[in-house]
Design a protein around this ligand. Structure first.
Ligand code: GEK
Length: 249
């Protein structure tokens, strides 16, 4: 793996593939990940910048932050800029390639700040505690839907009163015409950012059974059921939303 910080362009699906395997967060994806996610998720940069702003409000001294499905630590690194020095950020990802690359990024960077602990682990198996801020930025969507409620309940239990969960997800819509329109607009976004029709189609096939979107309503109900008292969808662009959910005092 290269140690330079040059962002490589994602061309994984640019040539016709005989067989399209299921999408995996492996070394090939890790190499192009920053380019891939910013050209695939409308509003990704905006969401990240608001995660930093939210950290200033919610992260309190002596507490913990959990970045679940941290990938290359984009959120972790922004939160670290704002977190008091006696906090700990737990960055969790089940992909070995992601965690290894993030380890290198942190070691080579000049950023100082609170402790960042890396966990190569399935987020379903982490015990969250003493948390004032938990981030699930585009990650819950990769878990089997039947297991998502337990994850959200685990987050609620690990948050201190007044703490917050930031949940960003790709969503689906009940109304077929709205579903079609939002899918088309998302694909237009990808084409406008340089992906060809072939790349859009092949990626769609690869990710079909890996990323399972749910409706906004399903997410809101799950958060309410888990005990969150303030639940605010604060961002939407086409079929991507970000929700802030606060555990009551
Ligand atoms: C960002 N949050 O840049 N346990 C732990 N990690 C998981 C699991 C799991 N069960 N399932 C998937 N992942 C990041 C972006 S990317 C979103 C998140 C995307 C991890 C997976 O390995 C990958 O790194 C991440 O969740 C999803 O703000 O690629 O669309």
């Amino acid at each position: 793996m290269t140690s330079d910080r040059t962002v490589m362009r994602d061309n994984i699906y640019s040539l016709p593939l005989n067989q399209i395997g299921s999408f995996d967060f492996d070394e090939q994806v890790v190499k192009v990940f920053p380019d891939m996610i910013s050209r695939s998720v409308p509003g990704y940069a905006s969401i990240l910048s608001m995660i930093e702003q939210l950290a200033t409000r919610f992260v309190r001294p002596g507490t913990a932050v959990w970045d679940l499905g941290c990938s290359l630590g984009a959120a972790t690194q922004l939160i670290r800029r704002q977190a008091p020095l006696d906090c700990t950020i737990h960055a969790v990802d089940s992909s070995t390639a992601m965690i290894e690359r993030l380890r290198t990024i942190l070691a080579e960077g000049n950023d100082s700040g609170c402790i960042v602990m890396l966990h190569e682990k399935d987020l379903r198996n982490v015990e969250i505690h003493n948390a004032t801020f938990v981030v699930l930025n585009l990650t819950l969507q990769f878990l089997p839907p039947a297991e998502r409620t337990r994850v959200i309940e685990n987050v609620w239990q690990g948050l201190l009163p007044g703490g917050a969960l930031l949940l960003s997800e790709k969503i689906c819509f009940d109304q077929p015409t709205q579903q079609q329109l939002m899918t088309d607009l998302h694909h237009d976004f990808k084409r406008a950012h340089g992906y060809s029709d072939l790349e859009v189609a092949q990626k769609r096939t690869a990710i079909e059974n890996r990323l399972i979107p749910e409706s906004l309503d399903t997410h809101l109900k799950r958060l309410k059921h888990a005990g969150f008292t303030t639940i605010a969808p604060w961002f939407q662009c086409f079929n991507f939303v970000s929700i802030l959910a606060v555990r009551g005092e």
